[in-house]
Design a protein around this ligand. Sequence first.
Ligand SMILES: [Zn+2]
Length: 419
Amino acid sequence: MPIARVPVVLIAALCVAACSAPGSVSPPSSDVIASDDVADEQGSPDDAWEAGGDGAALDGRADEGLAAGDGDTADAGPDAATEAAADGCAGRADGSWCDGRSLRACAGGRTTGVTACADGCYDRAQGSACASDAVDPCFNDPDGAYCGAAIGATLRTGDVWTCRDRRTAQIDACAMGCEGPFGAGRCRVAPMADPCARASSGDGAYCGASLGAGARDTLYQCRARTTASAMACAHGCAVRPPGQPDFCNPPPGGGGSGYRLPFACGARVPVTQGNNSSFSHRGTQAWAYDFGVPRGTAVMAMEAGTVSHANGSVVPGGRCWNGGGSECANVVNYLVLAHDDGTSSLYLHLDAPEVSVGARVARGQRIARSGNTGWSTGAHLHVQRQGRCGSWFCASQSMTFADVGMPGGGASVVSGNCP
Ligand SMILES: [Zn+2]
């Protein structure tokens, strides 16, 4: 039965979203980055950028000399050997190297050129480069977390980039993309898994369409912003103004499935027993519903019909007025409406019917006061859809409330029996 399963599924979905957040990964590993070039630019920031910083310390003296522009004088003077040994390119492969705040071009173990980098440089496997926004998207950005797209990254635009000291410190993979303000990017999480989390008008019935979540044409019974039950509306879900419960549209042409709860529009009532309950809704009563309302509660017609049976003979002081055992099974106040589709509906345990046999009533019209007469263990209203069998009590038939579906015992429902 889907109603019972929905919350379980939702909980599972919540757990997926909350319990296994996308992992944090080290900045791009080669299996993530497709392009070699970009992989270099964004690759291994730990190694590259620490190397750049260390370079300044290791080769500080040599840098000073080279920064003066005499990088090519190593072999010119009497101390050529010493100079060569001090050349920042000594022992380095040909290519460009980052020495802290300058780029050193090396060939044959010698420095062939030095380029100052105002903002430092990055070591890269395929040629180092001065720091720039083109090399590291974090270059222009203060410390913080950013969606890749927000800082001009060309890859992993939907991941979260953590920038520190104008460099990429970390990239977090986001399974569902990135969101959040500039400087506070975060991985997008699954939309609230429980549509009722969006129920902004209190407990009650909401179409998915009015929640902006879940299935549009499913009616959700929301309690404390959690789905208590849900039913798919075969004929669409009717969105009502805020404060009024939504409901499932009845099928075209009416019929029993157009029934609404037998209470005033917006009234909240507890379901004390649903269908096929082991307590007493078995056999001929299997499809009945009990609502735990205090005696005297206004009872409304679930569907338009004509009063076919009514009994108000049980009066205060009578032995079955305030509930009794099986001896009270037929000493009970009731009302039966005959409907146009050939079925009828029974309202049982009443204090009194308020309409007479033969009267035509509209859906939502007040027809009785609830009570505790008959075979009953406490004040409540028992209703059931039934055939027409010549008696006031016939075998029950399955009934789906257009406003709340088929609620089970323990549910709290809000009547959508509205004008
Ligand atoms: Zn009952």
